[in-house]
Design a protein around this ligand. Sequence first.
Ligand SMILES: [Zn+2]
Ligand SMILES: [Zn+2]
Length: 290
Amino acid sequence: MTNFKIKLLYALSVLALLTLGAFPRTQSISDSSTTPAFKEGENSIIFIGHSTALIHLNGTNILTDPNFNNWTVIVHRSREPGIQIEKLPKIGAILISHAHRDHLDRWTMEQLPKETPVLISEGNGDILRDWGFTDVREMNIWNKIAINGIKITAAPAKHSGSRNSAFADFPKALSYIIQGEKTVYFAGDTGLFDELKEIGNYSQIDVALLPIGAYRPRWFMKNHHMGPDDAIQAMTMFGAKEMIPIHWGSFRIAYDGIDEPKDVLIKLVDNGSLKERIHVLENGEKYLFR
Ligand SMILES: [Zn+2]
Ligand SMILES: [Zn+2]
């Protein structure tokens, strides 16, 4: 089959699946209606949903790929965000892995303070400037910056970073290494690829936020999105101490069911040595660093 036919077939099949998109809402397990409180000296991660996480390090809050919208394109949200957007604490930096609409949501960004520093891949900055953001830091792979004493380094990802294409090579998709009192790796969207080993060479990762959803059909998705088995392999490739799965449970954007990636992950590690190192958080649940 030609490349064009494969793309067309895929686009049509995803469209058909997405239009089925009325899924029941479930309740977040925590109280999303209050601003989260952090103890003095606490380092923690709250999983808000999909690829949105609130990383609290050295007293600074870092928000990843913020999406609090009820919709992503034509897909309705299946679970409430773990924190209501108006209850977010002051954010020191926003990290955008790439410009796909489930990771860079316009409605969400319009609710957030425009002076917040936002990191995004080189070539995508104008999207944010057009939305009124005044402190946009365009990053290339292995660029680093410091915010409130936290070092943030852009790292590679095997994915397209472009707003309107799943296939374009530019702008690039990024992942980020976040180094404070603990080191967190935020993978954004990525397939499994060899360069992931460089993450472990760069720094010892305490917790890796790795995507596990939108992984089927496998023959196509494996080049764009990790599945649960890939995430386990990635974690061992770069030697992360612990892992929190992301990119599942809020928007059904591929063939896999809304909870399927999580259920498969839990089965894969059940009774194994990795079980204690993988933390499946519901929306709103907090992970505390040891
Ligand atoms: Zn993407
Ligand atoms: Zn995605």
